[in-house]
Design a protein around this ligand. Structure first.
Ligand SMILES: [Mn+2]
Length: 404
């Protein structure tokens, strides 16, 4: 390979996610999901333009283990094939969303194995690559479910460990594996790639949690000091931190805002120049404005005007969320048609009404969007359910199939 000696690293694309916003009846894809796709394409274009030597996806290319053929075709045409024509290898690490809980099961990312430039990583692996006149070693640690870790412990130690010890023993085992691989590598530069939460990483408060209770995480002290750089996916907020021994850990973050909790965050990808003192740069990608507005109109005479006054002049192409608090039985006094008229240029908007009732608060929203109605239903009936997210995701899939 000969190129710029640079790597483009992206993470947490979540292609195949359904927001249910302006769904195209032809393709079944929604417009907000296309925002995400466009940013993935921009990152690939940047790699081609800058003559990158490697394009790495640090996990969660897909939202689910299986995504629709349409989504895969978009990625083939817009990302994989252009990178192949440009002679750029693509490495795809499995993340928690696109790694099945069992190694013998297939996943949509396996689809791309047929391209000579694509390598899919579902198990811990080591690679050595010459780029920019340097020999670069990669220790690759895709996401592993606790069940997979338990299986690997069994393979390594020849015995089962009790359920409650799996995470601890797994951390020791993987830590040891990383240490040994890092010692064996005789390269100019050593980079650890993975898809994990590292203790201390900053998380946003979202309704779409990236890190789940009981999942496997990396301790900062298991990263050996002879590693030059750690690049990780999983956390949607771009950030840098350091291991206990001072090794730099960088999360590129998601390529677009997946959740409202990320609405203020810059999004982008990393351009990395490997060496024994690697240099990285965060390249920002365009994001759609997400504006959340609160209006308390309880006891207010001209409530509609008050709400309208709080809306910024230019809403064109933006996502708007209105949270309106109002007194008991006063909703009928609000002119919703005027609000709709005012917001008609927005990319999408939703209104959440919270009615103050004497000793309880009723919450509700008005929408005709079937996906929002479904989410309301789940919120009302299954909010405390331990598998609420799974219920929502599965029911969204069923709804989507029914609507197509
Ligand atoms: Mn993830």
């Amino acid at each position: 390979m000969s190129g710029s000696g640079r790597i483009i690293a992206i993470a947490d694309v979540h292609e195949g996610i359904n927001f249910g916003i302006h769904v195209d009846p032809e393709s079944g894809l929604d417009a907000r999901a296309l925002d995400i796709h466009h940013n993935l394409v921009l990152a690939a274009k940047n790699a081609i333009k800058s003559g990158a030597d490697l394009f790495i996806v640090l996990g969660d290319l897909f939202e689910r283990v299986h995504v629709s053929p349409t989504v895969r075709e978009y990625i083939r045409q817009d990302v994989i094939e252009p990178l192949e024509s440009a002679g750029i290898p693509v490495w795809i690490l499995a993340g928690n969303h696109d790694q099945p809980s069992n190694f013998s099961r297939g996943t949509s990312i396996d689809d791309f194995r047929g391209y000579p430039n694509v390598t899919v990583y579902r198990r811990p692996t080591v690679e050595t690559v010459d780029m920019g006149g340097k020999c670069v070693g990669f220790i690759i640690l895709p996401y592993l479910h606790p069940r997979q870790i338990a299986g690997m412990i069994y393979e390594t130690m020849g015995r089962e460990v009790p359920q409650e010890q799996i995470l601890h023993v797994g951390q020791e085992m993987l830590g040891e594996w990383i240490r040994r691989r890092a010692e064996e590598l005789r390269t100019d530069c050593k980079i650890l790639l993975g898809h994990y939460y590292v203790e201390g990483a900053k998380l946003r408060k979202t309704s779409y949690p990236e890190v789940l209770p009981g999942e496997f995480s990396l301790r900062r002290d298991v990263i050996p000091d002879n590693i030059d750089l750690v690049l990780l996916g999983h956390i949607h907020l771009h950030q840098r931190m350091e291991s206990t021994g001072g090794v730099e850990i960088v999360y590129p973050g998601a390529v677009e805002r997946i959740d409202w909790g990320e609405r203020g965050d810059a999004k982008g990808f990393l351009e990395v120049t490997p060496s024994d003192d690697p240099v990285w740069r965060f390249v920002e990608l365009p994001t759609r404005d997400m504006i959340s507005l609160d209006a308390d109109v309880s006891g207010v005479e001209d409530a509609t005007d008050r709400i309208l006054n709080g809306i910024p002049d230019n809403v064109d192409g933006k996502m708007i969320r209105l949270n309106i608090k109002l007194g008991e039985s006063t909703r009928s006094g609000i002119d919703e048609a005027r609000i709709a008229e005012r917001l008609k240029g927005a990319f999408h908007y939703s209104v959440r009404w919270t009615e103050q009732v004497e000793d309880k608060i009723l919450s509700g929203s008005f929408t005709m969007n079937p996906y929002d109605l479904l989410e309301d239903f789940i919120n009302t009936n299954y909010n405390e359910h331990p598998r609420r997210e799974d219920l929502l995701e599965m029911s969204r899939q069923i709804l989507r199939e029914a609507l197509q």
